[in-house]
Design a binder for this molecule. Sequence first.
Ligand code: PMP
Ligand code: GLU
Length: 408
Amino acid sequence: MESPHGLQASLHLARRMASLEPSATLAMAAKASLMAASGIPVIDLSVGEPDFPTPGHICQAAEAAIRAGKTKYTPAAGIPELRKAVAADYSRRTGLTVTPAQVVVSCGAKHALHNVCVSLLDEGDEVIVPAPYWVSYAELIKLSGAIPVLLETRIEDDFKLRPEALRAALTPRTRMLLLCSPSNPTGVVYSGDELRALADCAIEANLAVVADEIYDQLVFDGRQAVSFPTLRPGLEERTVVVAGVSKTYSMTGWRIGWTISPEPLAKAMGNLQSQETSNPCSVSQHAAVAALTGPQECVAEMCRAFQSRRDLVVRKLTAIPGVRLPQIGGAFYAFFDIRQALARSAAGGGTVLGPTTSAQWCEALLEREHVALVAGSAFGTEGHVRMSFAAAEDKLTEGLARIARFLA
Ligand code: PMP
Ligand code: GLU
């Protein structure tokens, strides 16, 4: 007998898998690359992945690690050099004192987030996540048995969560607040005051806070991203900072991310990793040490490139009638409003039915203009789409021209 998934009854999927969605960003990127492989001139602005090569000195450190035989299991929570480098880098940039024992190195920040959810959340706990949110948050929370409480924010507020909205969403089951600044998918950066107001709510309600700060060094116009635990004394006791090398050093494929948390939680997550993955890739860990302790000019250079691409994208998108977007202060995403275009195709329905949802709109854009974006619905906010501008300017210019033509 077959289950609804086409599996024999003996292999029926566990209940926790029933509602698990695949990552929409990775799915769109895979689709675009299949089209490209079949000779279609696709402009892929779907996945958030810097287009720069990993800087040479980082690759050389990995080669040296291989030659030196550093190719064996490592301690589950990461090699001491890397935990020390993460702690030193974070302490230097924030002024807080963090020890290597508070750092757990994982197979990417995505894995770090999974560790946090599994280690802190019980069945039925509620986690407040402002929407639009990065695609994996809701799924990782659900996998741990908890409930993502998705709070819509408004483009008029630059998609920032307001403290009143947070307070109104609290219930006796609320355990955690998950924040991402600079934000994927909106590129919005919270100010210190805005975050402090949210921190005060978190303290009042005794919430754990997960601060996804993976884009903290990719900020524009002289901004400084504020690290959440610096906002009030004692906040580090309830906060887990998540970050990694994927975005800052263009190292997405190396799979190194980490958490910075109070030591007892770090110990628990290290134990979890010792059972689940043993350790993150040994060679990549040595590369990450070189990234954090080596020259930092590469980061500034990539950031300058992202800022100038941001300028281009904002200029071209805001020139299209009806398109709106929030103020992009960091990361490499433009999350723009296409509700007018969707309303037009809904109203014009009958003859040629146009797309009426962001997913249909992205499908149609890919089919007709061969540009890959990701639907806002995947980030919990219908009526919008996300464009990654981690792509070369000529690709962006061509992609934007095609988007403008499609919207016209
Ligand atoms: N958090 C956010 C907000 C992201 O955009 C990403 C990118 N995939 C991640 C976490 C995970 O990054 P990685 O697993 O590549 O370290
Ligand atoms: N963070 C990137 C994105 O949002 C990478 C894809 C993923 O990990 O889902 O596109």
